[in-house]
Design a protein around this ligand. Structure first.
Ligand code: 5AD
Ligand code: SF4
Length: 451
């Protein structure tokens, strides 16, 4: 981008991929008002922090960032640079909007995940009434209908929200309170958005939802939606996240066996391996039923890469319970995973449970779990060496002459090649593997010709 935008918008995104999607959509909402995205908050006209409430650490980060932004706001005013408007969006805004206003006076407005389409109006009002500080109406409205149809995407991959909210009420989790009940977008709206993305050169979409496999827009299922999307010209890869084991329907499992567009990677959080803990978490599945489910999925798509989320130190978790988490990990074999220390979230049932676990014990368990998960990830990556994988190249690499893309299993892959490969899917012979990425060479010279 060579032109300096009229008004500078800085958005910082915390947390999950849905926040990444929401941040892009906020930029889409604000673009017609003359806001262009910049990479540095210093001197910006509007700063939006799109926040995450899932764990205490994520929430605390927001308050410390706000302290920094306030200093920039003061500097801008002192330098005669005009006003910096500060907006807090996302799940912390939803959960503790008033507290944010009280704790940080420099914040001009707060807006939750269901109401960011109101940003233009809120900003206009904040600017009109000097000193007025505003909170969006947090009632769920038809946000998607109010968002512009046009999206500006820069890459060859994109996120697409198809479902929001959660009715599962895992006892540790704030999501059912911050994002509300499960709700699915209509099929045709999603197909239309995906078509527009494909027209802009997007080759891969990741369908997003807090419980994406509970998708039931217009009585459809996620599997049926994926089949519709797979027919869109130019859209060659489809992924989805995050799923719940309870909603892993047979038709979705079948789709994994049948649809080449559906990538062989599945993020399916299990959280723990002890049935006692799973019950206390209100997960509504057992360790055994999870393992059986994975077997079924692997019967349909043997090479599928499994990913999961884990929590250590949930209230009441004893050494023996934790050992069962390790056992489950050994039994399943994960290609990647996210693991967390249990974080006590106000208002959730687990925060009031007896048997809260010592921080030092949590840290020690996390370390042991991570060691095992790291070994599995390295082994999974090492297992690709010698294979030829189709790689969707996404961007130039850090070294000149290098391009970076993703394998079907979501591994980053580096190879020597021209930037003209970006946006193409090319066979790459994998020659090396590390924990986070693979290295390879373009398999055929014909790959270059098709680029
Ligand atoms: N403490 C720790 N981890 C949590 N998660 C959700 N709530 C908590 C909490 N209170 C984790 C779960 C979930 C992921 C998105 O975040 O593993 O799957
Ligand atoms: Fe939170 Fe459980 Fe819902 Fe996932 S399924 S968002 S962990 S309550």
């Amino acid at each position: 981008m060579s032109e300096t935008p009229q008004k500078r918008l800085y958005i910082k995104t915390y947390g999950c991929q849905m926040n990444v999607y929401d941040s892009e959509r906020m930029a889409d909402v604000l673009r017609p008002l003359g806001y262009g995205v910049v990479n540095d908050p210093e001197g910006a006209d509007l700063v939006v922090l799109n926040t995450c409430h899932i764990r205490e650490k994520a929430t605390e980060k927001v308050y410390s960032e706000l302290g920094q932004i306030k200093l920039m706001k003061d500097r801008k005013a002192a330098d005669g640079g005009g006003r910096m408007t500060i907006a807090v969006a996302g799940c912390v805004a939803q959960a503790e909007g008033q507290e944010i206003m009280n704790r940080q006076k420099a914040v001009d407005l707060v807006v939750g995940p269901q109401s960011y389409h109101q940003l233009p109006e809120l900003i206009a009002r904040a600017h009109r009434a000097t000193g007025e500080r505003l909170a969006a109406d947090f009632a769920a409205e038809d946000k998607f209908d109010a968002l512009p149809a046009e999206r500006q995407v820069n890459g060859v991959t994109a996120f697409l929200t198809v479902q929001e909210g959660c009715d599962k009420f895992c006892t540790f989790c704030v999501v059912p309170y911050t994002r509300g009940g499960e709700w699915s977008r209509p099929v045709n709206d999603i197909v239309e958005e995906a078509r527009r993305l494909a027209d802009q050169g997007v080759r891969e979409v990741t369908l997003l939802g807090q419980n994406v496999n509970a998708y039931d827009g217009d009585g459809s299922t996620l599997a049926r939606l994926v089949r519709r999307l797979a027919q869109i010209d130019g859209l060659d890869r489809i992924r989805y996240t995050t799923s719940h084991p309870r909603d892993m329907g047979d038709d979705l499992i079948e789709a994994h066996g049948e649809l080449p567009e559906l990538m062989p990677y599945l993020h399916l959080p299990v959280q723990a391996g002890s049935d006692k803990i799973l019950k206390a978490m209100n997960r509504d599945h057992t360790a055994e039923s999870y393992v059986r489910l994975i077997e079924k999925i692997r019967a349909a798509r043997p090479d599928i890469a499994m990913s999961g989320d884990f929590i250590v130190g949930f209230p009441g978790e004893r050494d023996g319970d934790f050992e069962k988490t390790l056992e489950l990990v050994r039994e399943v074999g994960f290609a990647s995973a996210f693991s967390f220390k249990y974080s006590r979230r106000p208002g959730t049932p687990a925060s009031a449970m007896t048997g809260q676990v010592d921080e030092a014990v949590k840290a020690e368990r996390l370390e042991r779990l991570n060691q095992l998960l790291d070994e599995q990830q390295k082994a999974f990556n090492a297992g690709q060496v010698g294979k030829v994988l189709p790689v969707l190249f996404e961007k130039a690499g850090r070294h000149p002459g290098q391009v970076v893309g993703r394998s079907p299993y979501l591994q980053a892959v580096h190879a020597e090649g021209p930037e003209s490969l970006i946006g193409t899917i090319v066979p790459v012979r994998i020659e090396s593997a590390a924990k986070m990425s693979l290295g390879g060479v373009l398999e055929t010279s014909s790959a270059l010709e098709t680029a």
